[in-house]
Write a new protein. Sequence first.
Length: 178
Amino acid sequence: MKMDIRVERTQAPKEKPGKGADLPFGHVFTDHMFIMDYDAEKGWHDARIVPYGPLELYPGTMVFHYGQSSFEGLKAYYIDENTIHLFRPEKNFERMNNSNSRLCIPELDPEEFTEYIIEAIKIEKDWIPKEEGKSLYIRPMIIATDENLGVHSSKTFKFVCMFCPVASYYEEGIKPVK
């Protein structure tokens, strides 16, 4: 598969958490994020890895008024000193596509979007904790971006994927709930 991804590296890298650092879930973000846009004419296009930062959206953007969005969550982790692993990312994109189908959001090609995420992870690999029980949380999401208050499905969307080094979601570890 031929991927055309524009890469803009940060000019102000953040300090990466050291060994033993406290990594509360979803509070620490890496230097970069992956973004891609959609419209009916071009389909998914303009794949890019850019410095992590705010998204500029108008107040009339449909996601704010009708909640047309979807998200998933997966993790990258080391299985040894040098091997990064993702656990069944195609299943995450299948699940996301199930949501997309119900929400009138264009579906994603699981293989293609997994490759995009892998390219971003290669840039962010130094953010992946090497300690047991820690990983790089990957949060892909899609938001409706039409600037329109009419009641209909958006015709434009933005796919954004951000990355967070994390410890266990639960501070006390996984304890089943009765």
